[in-house]
Design a protein around this ligand. Structure first.
Ligand SMILES: Nc1ncnc2c1ncn2[C@@H]1O[C@H](COP(=O)(O)OP(=O)(O)OP(=O)(O)O)[C@@H](O)[C@H]1O
Ligand SMILES: O=c1ccn([C@@H]2O[C@H](COP(=O)(O)O)[C@@H](O)[C@H]2O)c(=O)[nH]1
Length: 472
């Protein structure tokens, strides 16, 4: 039996579910034993990747038999264990120490800490044979105090120490503890809706604001780091350490793709930087509409007849995905197939470069197609690159878009022109992209064109829309 086998706890939701998918899509020879309390999501993994690559253990990680079963299953089914990813964890009880219900703290420790000791102990003899990797999902709360998070924070601090200890005691294995950043999972929903009542107002507001300003990380971002670490390992000099998912120290080990500056969210009092193309040096029209509405088709006509430069964010991402040596390739592929929005840093960097290249060749009129798809992109683009003149929005019934995409899928070769991805893209469009259209509409900067007609009829309306905005 060959390939890399990992055991992943907390595999059915949030970061764990994303790690499972990313790990399994990295290589057809990767195998996973997923551990979770509920079966449904793990069974979906079995359906998608096959019984010969996915083993399932349904159980409570705080029970010894769950770890024993996971290790036994990995060995029986796949023959070895190359890594374990210790992700299962709970946040509750969120309460001040003065009010501590110690029984509840012990329950939390059973899950967040003792289950990890047990799983490491059970897997260790097998990990030693493969010089395997132990990757623990820690938290920023292990080193910083968050109000009323004493139980969780101390358990994660203990986890960091455990990882350092095992890396020191066991020379044949590697162990590392990584904090995932503030991630858009059900834990954040619980903080906002339930646990927050015991936190002080300022502490809770930070989380509410991150959510409101669309600054929570998609689970795929840290999940990619965890999957890569488990799969590829890391350099000796960081073995045993606690790091954040975007720390520079990880860069060399995994060629990671997502390293944000370590700066905190900007203060409201900081002076705003002006965009790269201030003072109307260029004109930018955002072209938005549902998947398959016909944005690309109409943009192509405008390029031919009116001399615009057409930049499709989707095309730029697909080109970056294909570019040999791209460190973002795998990540982009995953987001596109899932119909979700690639982290803005990647897309905006690609767009900025493309605009600068074209500008240096004399271009000043840009159609930016399929962007911004998310509020954070809209705000960052207008702050850092250029203000948009307006948004051309294509309205189209979903049934028509579906038909067009399925038709296009017969020849496009796109990984997202299939019914599963299309459904996800429609959902992302409604949930994530429509708020951008609403945002610009409130500023009186949206022109709508209905596009459920033949291409040339739509084009006539597009030209009228441009004329209404002073463009001939
Ligand atoms: N008005 C139209 N009538 C019929 N078919 C159309 C029309 N406009 C576009 N199409 C076809 O529908 C498909 C989707 O069009 P297009 O690629 O332009 O959409 P899009 O909005 O850019 O899609 P995506 O967001 O997925 O990139 C294409 O195969 C195109 O030929
Ligand atoms: O700003 C963007 C634009 C696109 N994406 C991703 O690409 C696919 C395909 O985009 P098309 O415009 O249909 O070519 C889209 O579903 C997203 O996954 C993105 O992340 N950010």
């Amino acid at each position: 039996m060959s390939g890399h086998t990992t055991i992943l706890t907390g595999a059915s939701r949030g970061i764990g579910a994303a790690i499972a998918k990313i790990f399994l899509s990295k290589s057809d020879s990767n195998k996973l034993v997923g551990v979770a309390r509920s079966a449904s999501e793990l069974n979906k993994l079995v359906e998608e990747y096959g019984e010969d690559r996915v083993g399932v253990v349904i159980g409570d990680v705080s029970k010894k038999e769950t770890s024993v079963q996971a290790v036994e299953l990995a060995i029986e089914k796949f023959g070895s264990i190359d890594s374990i990813i210790l992700n299962a964890g709970v946040l509750s009880p969120v309460e001040h120490i003065a009010d501590a219900n110690v029984e509840k703290w012990i329950e939390l420790y059973q899950i967040n800490f003792f289950s990890v000791v047990e799983m490491i102990k059970q897997a260790l003899p097998h990990l030693k044979k493969t010089n395997g990797n132990i990757v623990a999902v820690s938290s920023g709360a292990s080193t910083s105090v968050y109000d009323a998070w004493g139980a969780y924070g101390t358990s994660k601090a203990a986890l960091n120490h455990l990882i350092k200890s095992v890396a020191t005691e066991e020379k044949d294995i590697n162990a590392i503890s990584i904090a995932p950043g503030v991630v858009n999972t059900s834990m954040q929903t619980d903080i906002r809706e339930t646990f927050g009542k015991n936190m002080d107002e300022d502490g809770l507001k930070k989380f509410i604001d991150l959510h409101k300003n669309d600054q929570l990380l998609p689970p795929e971002v840290p999940a990619t780091i965890y999957a890569n670490l488990a799969y590829k390992g890391w350099s000796k000099d960081i073995n045993g350490q606690y790091l954040r998912y975007n720390d520079e120290e990880l860069k060399d080990s995994i060629g990671a793709w997502y390293f944000k500056d370590k700066e905190e969210p900007k203060s409201a009092f900081e002076p705003k930087k002006s965009p790269a193309f201030a003072d109307n040096k260029i004109s930018v029209i955002f072209v938005l509409g549902g998947p398959g509405a016909g944005k690309g088709t109409q943009c192509a006509k405008l390029v031919n007849e009116q001399g615009f430069v057409h930049l499709s964010a989707g095309d730029l991402l697909r080109a970056e995905q294909q570019r040999p040596g791209s460190k973002y390739g795998e990540l982009i592929a995953l987001y596109i197939k899932e119909g979700t929005i690639v982290p803005q840093e990647i897309t905006i960097a690609l767009l900025e470069q493309a605009i600068k290249d074209k500008y240096s060749q004399g271009a000043v009129r840009f159609l930016v197609d399929g962007f911004p798809r998310k509020m954070d992109q809209a705000l960052t683009f207008e702050e850092q690159i250029a203000k948009s003149s307006f948004t051309l929005f294509f309205e189209c019934p979903e049934s028509v878009m579906l038909e067009r995409l399925l038709q296009r899928g017969k020849t496009s070769g796109r990984t997202d022109d299939n019914i599963e991805s299309i459904k996800k893209r429609f959902k992302t469009f409604i949930d994530t992209s429509m708020p951008v259209v609403d945002h610009f509409e409130k500023q009186g900067k949206v022109v709508k064109v209905s596009c459920d007609q033949p291409v040339d009829d739509v084009y006539t309306k597009v030209k009228e829309a441009l004329v209404s905005k002073g463009i001939n």
